[in-house]
Design a protein around this ligand. Structure first.
Ligand code: F6P
Length: 285
């Protein structure tokens, strides 16, 4: 058997930590922390899970730095890959006991940098059961695992279906541009509406059934809401590896250059034809 490399070790640490996070989420769901660097109110679970992932990932050989959506600065850990993590994506869903996730990007350059420097991306979905989806530069497939206590089963390989069935575009019509509202209306004529408020969970539906997930810019979020390093770029890496596309409205999310660690971007992920439709509708800005 081949020796484990750094990405194998990162994958294993994310899997093991995710088991523990899932088992104990309820205990931390209601507790409030402070606000994070993006000015979002943290749940206790955001801070708690960030500490757990830090403790599991930072000491690994080959990990050079740890940057989290919950911390203002990068933590230097030695020589090697730069980890960017959203430890508990969609934590606003905890109060109502809906799905949340974890997103990990592994970059081979110090942050800030674009998604073109990603060498792996992982997303964990804490749904009725826990799955982890992994795309790696050294693999041709996007692999999904079922995480069980002490065991991880290969569940299948993700390729975006050619047909598409679902759409979820965030934000209130009153805060969104006319172009976004027209696009949403158009898409919702043919596709089933699926928006749950956790990017990982919403994207999982797109990966399974085909479709489009979008978090556009709006009056409330003039730059978009999702963070490039922790959310948009790693998920774009996954979707593009699964045969889909991504866009900020004009170009692939992998080409978006972050102006800082917590920089945001409008985000669209899904089937290529739908991404073309997004760019045709919003390409002007
Ligand atoms: O991290 C941001 C996030 O929690 C995403 O996971 C999710 O897609 C989004 O915010 C939900 O935002 P809203 O509550 O505006 O729909």
């Amino acid at each position: 058997m081949a020796a484990m490399n750094t990405i194998d070790r990162i994958e294993r640490a994310v899997r093991e930590t995710s088991h523990y996070v899932k088992r104990n989420l309820g205990t931390h769901a209601g507790k409030r922390g402070q606000t994070n660097p993006s000015d979002e109110v943290q749940t206790g679970a955001d801070v708690w899970s960030d500490d757990l992932f830090f403790d599991a990932l930072a000491p690994l050989d080959g990990v050079g730095s740890y940057t989290s959506e919950e911390r203002s600065e990068t933590v230097d850990c030695g020589e090697g890959y730069a980890i960017a993590i959203d430890p508990l994506d969609g934590s606003g869903n905890l109060a109502s006991n809906n799905s949340v996730g974890t997103i990990v990007g592994v970059y081979d350059r110090p942050l800030p940098t674009s998604g073109r420097d990603l060498v792996a991306a992982m997303m964990v979905l804490h749904g009725p059961y826990t799955t982890m989806t992994v795309a790696r530069a050294d693999s041709d497939v996007v692999q999904e695992y079922l995480l069980r206590d002490g065991h991880n089963e290969r569940r299948g390989v993700f390729e975006l279906p050619e047909d598409y069935a679902v759409v979820g575009i965030a934000g209130k019509p009153i805060d969104r541009s006319e172009q976004v509202n027209a696009l949403a209306e158009d898409l919702q004529r043919d596709l089933k509406l699926r928006y749950g408020g956790a990017t990982v969970a919403d994207l999982a539906q797109v990966l399974e059934y085909g479709g489009l997930f979008g978090y556009p810019k709006s009056e409330v979020y003039p730059e978009g809401k999702l963070r490039i390093h922790f959310e948009a770029a790693p998920l774009a890496y996954l979707v593009e590896a699964a045969g889909g596309d991504s866009s900020d409205g004009q170009k692939s999310l992998l080409d978006v250059e972050p102006g800082g660690l917590h920089a945001r971007t409008p985000t669209f992920l899904g089937n290529s034809e739908l991404i073309e439709q997004v760019e045709a509708a919003l390409g002007g800005g």
